[in-house]
Design a protein around this ligand. Structure first.
Ligand SMILES: *Cc1c(COP(=O)(O)O)cnc(C)c1O
Length: 390
């Protein structure tokens, strides 16, 4: 067992010694294994050489804890980070994270000054946005930017044929063009055709910029799902998000080398018997058809445990799957423990995501049950759930 940085040994540390956000009064926490995270980074680093990893830590590092994950990335030798919004990048700078940080998404011109002060690299993704920046009263000189090319996603990005003129305009304003990138929309699909088209369009832009001697230092196309299939030596970085967290980037390819980083644990808050005909939780959507042993779990949709798991989710107690019965509430839900060899008691460990004994519940499994993807499952784990770093 690795050491928990804030040891929970000998039961739960007294409330006085913890900050509120790491208190464990209900023994509920997301355990984040930084060593598994670093293992996943190494796995990718070796396979994408000479390209390097840009660690994508947006949305609280997909729920894993942005600051700690960023620090672990840097310890592992990662030389740049990426987030969605300026606010996230500024939070990292406040925690003394000094490596380059790329901001992917739109920003109001009024934030140019704080971005420059913090040394952030911003994305320009349309000509309209560039004109908006020029029309603002902001001093654009020295602002580091990446230009986003739309090669088929149709979300953000300029058309490939506009690249050279926009790059010239960026240069003209005294901004520093640090990077050029695009994003694959179907990298997780078996059929490679569309990704190859996108790659071709992106490569054509690189060729054009190279021909006029304005090819920037950062060139990146691939996310996790694309990293092994569509990367190229010409690309300086792979933008690695989901796979770094040990989650499968695609439902079609399984990578056994990935180690899930997050486990979500809690403990039983009450155990009792209920009798035939008795109904459980709001709306009484579950009716016992016999005498049952049931346990209450102090986690709910307020923690990001989806209400769609009502009457369908499972948790592990003593290594056995126990089904959610009745509706998931904001702060708790009930599970069936009738079939356990030994009845659990208050404080018995329950695992919501991760392994326990011989079995495990994956974020992928949970996602499938509620009709979403693993990304949303871990991103949804709310700020009420303390993160404990191993
Ligand atoms: C979030 C994001 C990524 C990371 O994608 P994963 O599938 O999690 O690896 C890469 N690029 C952009 C532009 C993103 O917004």
């Amino acid at each position: 067992m690795p050491q928990i940085r804030e040891s929970t040994e000998g039961g739960i540390k007294s409330a006085k010694t913890r900050s509120l956000s790491t208190m464990l009064s209900r023994k509920t926490f997301a355990e984040v294994s930084l060593s598994s995270y670093r293992h996943n980074l190494r796995h990718f680093t070796e396979r994408i050489r000479p390209s390097r990893i840009m660690a994508v830590v947006k949305s609280n590092a997909y729920g894993h804890g942005m600051v700690e994950i960023s620090e672990a990335s840097i310890t592992e030798g990662i030389d740049c980070l990426a987030v969605a919004f300026i606010e996230e990048a500024l939070e990292l700078r406040k925690k003394n994270i000094a490596v380059p940080i790329i901001v992917f998404n739109y920003f109001e011109p009024a934030y140019v000054r704080s971005a420059k002060t913090a040394g952030l690299s911003l994305t320009i993704s349309s000509n309209e946005q560039l004109q908006e920046l020029k029309a603002s009263s902001e001093d654009l000189k020295g602002l580091k930017v990446h230009l986003k090319i739309d090669t088929g996603m149709k979300r953000l990005g300029i058309r490939p044929e506009d690249a050279v003129s926009i790059v010239r305009d960026i240069d003209h304003q005294g901004m520093l063009l640090e990077g050029v990138y695009s994003h694959l929309s179907c990298a997780d699909e078996e059929d490679e055709a569309f990704s190859l088209l996108q790659q071709k369009a992106f490569d054509a832009v690189l060729d054009e910029l190279e021909n006029v001697n304005i090819l920037p230092e950062y060139r990146h196309l691939c996310n996790s799902a694309g990293a092994f299939r569509f990367n190229s030596e010409r690309y300086s970085h792979v933008r690695l998000g989901i796979a770094g967290y040990g989650l499968q980037p695609s439902a079609r390819f399984f990578d056994p080398n990935l180690r899930p980083v997050l486990r979500w644990k809690t403990a039983v808050s009450m155990v009792k018997s209920i009798f035939a005909g008795e109904r459980v939780s709001y709306g009484g959507t579950f009716t016992a058809d016999r005498t049952m042993r049931v346990a209450t779990i102090p986690v709910g949709y307020g923690d990001g445990y989806s209400r769609l798991l009502s009457n369908s989710g499972e948790v592990l107690i003593s290594g056995v799957r126990c089904r959610v019965i009745g509706r998931v509430c904001m702060d708790q839900f009930v599970v069936d423990v009738t079939d356990l060899k030994e009845s659990p008691s208050i404080g018995s460990e329950a695992v919501l995501i991760g392994e326990q004994g011989e079995d495990k519940i994956t974020a992928e499994e949970m996602a499938e049950k509620i009709g979403t993807i693993n990304y949303e499952v871990t991103c949804s784990i709310s700020g009420r759930v303390p993160r404990v770093f191993l």
